[in-house]
Design a protein around this ligand. Sequence first.
Ligand SMILES: Cc1ncc(COP(=O)(O)O)c(C=O)c1O
Length: 388
Amino acid sequence: MLKVFYQRFLSANPGVQHYACHSHHYWPDVTRDAMLKYWDDSAQWVDDKWDHMFGETVPAVQRLISRVLQLKQPSQITFAPNTHELLFRLLTCYDWSKPLKVLTTDSEFHSFNRQIRRLAELPTIDVVMVPTEPFADFRERFVAAAAEHQPDLVFFSQVFFNSGITVGDLPTLVDALEQCCRATIAVDGYHAFMALPTDLSALEGRIFYLAGSYKYAQGGEGCCFMVVPATNSFRPLYTGWFAEFGALSGERQAQVQYATDGYRFAGATMDLSAMYRLRAVLSLFEERAIGVRHIHSYIQRLQQRFLQELARYDHPWLNQSNLLQSHPDEHGHFFTFRGPSAEVVAELAEALKRRAIHTDYRGDRLRFGFAPYLELDDIDLSPLRELR
Ligand SMILES: Cc1ncc(COP(=O)(O)O)c(C=O)c1O
């Protein structure tokens, strides 16, 4: 339906059915102009570049993101090239020489998973990982674990990267967690931002929320963000000069001071060309009145068509009975099928790729993502006839 916006990527990949958009989304053509604009602005502003960026570009992107997430305080959004930097900054707010308990799931993306497991090697850090499966009662089990372990920090994904399954309604989950423990709550929203309609207005000031440009926001790698609660006195140990922009909080003078807004969690010099691309995409959708709700319902139609097409081939394991799904209405924008083994899954993914069907896989799970540059009639899984 929106193919017209992606002519350059589409013409560079003729005949490809691109089902890996949940990892690497095609970039709309406006992002190319945005790259050139970044170059031109760098040439024009030279020494005044950062004043220009922080005076205009950053606030513009903060406002665009705020409108998508229905936030009232755009200045509480801070940026970094990847989410790992932001979550690590959050983790350094705690004193690792004292006991720290973290509640999370067994299905967090590697950026968090590796980092938290490495930290758990310290004697003071205790990590409780709740399995996401069985999905049907994940929320109940997660909240029960919060009540039992009384964590300091709770970290979970809105949509799990290894299944596409969502945690469901965020506000009610956060309410339940808050009722049973006093933890800081951080949500990895990368697989939801610009994919699932997400209204954070009731959670503003209550949670940290992380996402970025690389996936459904279509701006490419390099522009991740974190929504920071306004009333916090966190002092990240891992801090850079960007964290000192604007008004500074009046902690004791001898101490390092921090910005009073979201930039408290900022780092240091970064290439803002990705931010230009993100601004171009979000502006394009906003100008054309193409909201997340609209994109989401189109993706749901693609997903239904995909399942109908898949059913025609009666594949021994790539079929609906191996689809990980709990609530069809609340699923992320990719399907995950559990295969017999990591080897078999990798083989099928490679064979499909040779036939111009691009997917990706994680262990024994094959993932098919759906993007707005795919049309219903593009979906053709007939190569499955010969790939048993
Ligand atoms: C759930 C989730 N969070 C975060 C990321 C990206 O992490 P980072 O920005 O640290 O590379 C990904 C994948 O790319 C992901 O699937």
